[in-house]
Ligand binder design. Structure first.
Ligand SMILES: NC(=O)c1ccc[n+]([C@@H]2O[C@H](COP(=O)([O-])OP(=O)(O)OC[C@H]3O[C@@H](n4cnc5c(N)ncnc54)[C@H](O)[C@@H]3O)[C@@H](O)[C@H]2O)c1
Ligand SMILES: [Zn+2]
Ligand SMILES: [Zn+2]
Length: 366
């Protein structure tokens, strides 16, 4: 067992706290990882606000890269010294999804069996089974995906959640490709990643929608061909207009990605897609949210697909090394997601900046 510094959310809505935690030595199937960098994702804030569940205290942080320090006795997939991105989809190989070959939908992803605890022995709930706002964290070995060790940890660690969720929402869930139009509602880290993924796939137009003009600037730099400030114009009408300019007869975008997680923006996505188009919900709603007044005939009448995207339907072993290669070749600008590097004591300030639209990602350097 080791004691390390870590950031914990003790109670609903309370500021997070830098404290000391106990991290067990890795047992069978587990790996101990020295965290080098971990991004601050909106989902961490959801946890702190009790929007995910009530299993406080949480050990926050889940977009991380680091180096494996030790592994349990039976672990063969990774070894001490490996540079890894942590993932929250360590496929089990045994559930129904895995058995039918849909590993990206694994219903039973692995996490560490042993619990990390507060000094008084209280068990911690690691965010998304990771908990990486910590000098070291204990995960299932399958949560460690080996990638090129020369890559910058602060940038590639973001593939561990938000950036992968966004890119995957476009290219995996939305099946975005060239010849398709895309609109992305909400241009934080996840939405901008969906824009970058759509650009990689060759889509056009790529329409960025946000209520914050600063976010729209970033979206443009990452590949958006058009921007819509939905604080002043109706995004549905504007998306339809832009798509009709490009494709004769288009009545919206082929794929609309909702990256906010709110009923009103999901409804905008629903009505902004073309007939037989696809809506991808990647934003995470809170349990109390409902979509009011949606005529069922509109669901039927518009055809197409209403999908949600967990983690961009990614398969870490397939997608992380591929995206790191594109980054290393200069074809995917992961550095652009890193607005600032911060210390482990600066996470509350980073949550605050998230509200003000100042950052795509603050990344804690450990
Ligand atoms: N599905 C997944 O696997 C997955 C993974 C990571 C994050 N997420 C979720 O994705 C969402 C976005 O995460 P993020 O880290 O990019 O958050 P963020 O706070 O950085 O970005 C949210 C963006 O939405 C914009 N926005 C807010 N209200 C809006 C509105 N009414 N219309 C248009 N834009 C609006 C904000 O200005 C901001 O740019 C969150 O709900 C997060 O929990 C999902
Ligand atoms: Zn499985
Ligand atoms: Zn996340």
């Amino acid at each position: 067992m080791q004691q390390v510094k870590a950031v914990v959310a003790r109670a609903k809505g309370q500021p997070v706290e830098l404290t000391t935690i106990n991290v067990p030595d890795p047992g069978p199937g587990e790996a101990l990882v020295q965290v080098q960098a971990c991004g601050v994702c909106h989902t961490d804030l959801h946890y702190r606000e009790g929007g995910i569940n009530d299993d406080f205290p949480f050990l926050l942080g889940h977009e991380a890269a680091g180096v494996v320090e030790a592994v349990g006795p039976d672990v063969t997939g990774v070894a001490p010294g490996d540079f890894v991105i942590l993932n929250w989809r360590a496929v089990c190989g045994e559930c129904r999804a895995c058995k039918r070959g849909d590993l990206q939908y694994c219903f039973n992803t692995h996490n560490a069996t042993q619990k990390m605890t507060l000094e008084d022995g209280t068990e911690l709930s690691p965010a998304l089974g990771i908990g990486a706002f910590a000098e070291k964290t204990l995960v299932a070995a399958g949560q460690c995906t080996k990638v090129d060790p020369s890559a910058r940890a602060a940038a590639v660690g973001l593939l561990g959640c938000g950036v992968m969720a966004g890119i995957g929402a476009a290219i995996n869930t939305g099946a975005v490709t060239r010849g398709r139009s895309v609109a992305v509602i909400g241009c934080g880290g996840v939405g901008v990643a969906a824009i970058a993924g759509s650009a990689l796939a060759g889509a056009s137009p790529i329409i960025a929608v946000d209520i914050d003009a600063k976010k729209l600037e970033k979206a443009k730099a990452m590949g958006a061909t058009h921007t819509v400030d939905s604080s002043s114009v109706d995004p549905v009408e504007e998306i339809k207009r832009i798509c009709a300019e490009t494709y004769d007869g288009a009545d919206g975008a082929d794929v609309v990605i909702e990256a906010v997680g709110r009923p009103e923006t999901w409804k905008q996505a629903f009505y902004a897609r073309d007939l037989a188009g696809t809506v991808v919900l990647v934003g995470v709603p809170t349990p109390d949210m409902k979509v009011p007044d949606l005529p069922l005939i509109d669901v039927f009448g518009r055809g197409g697909a209403l999908k949600s995207s967990w983690y961009g339907d990614c398969l870490p072993t397939r997608d992380f090394p591929m995206l790191v290669d594109l980054y290393q070749q200069g074809r995917l600008d992961l550095d652009a997601f890193v607005t600032e590097e911060i210390g482990i004591g600066d996470i509350e300030a980073a949550f605050e900046k998230m509200h003000h639209g100042d950052v795509l990602r603050s990344v804690v350097i450990l």
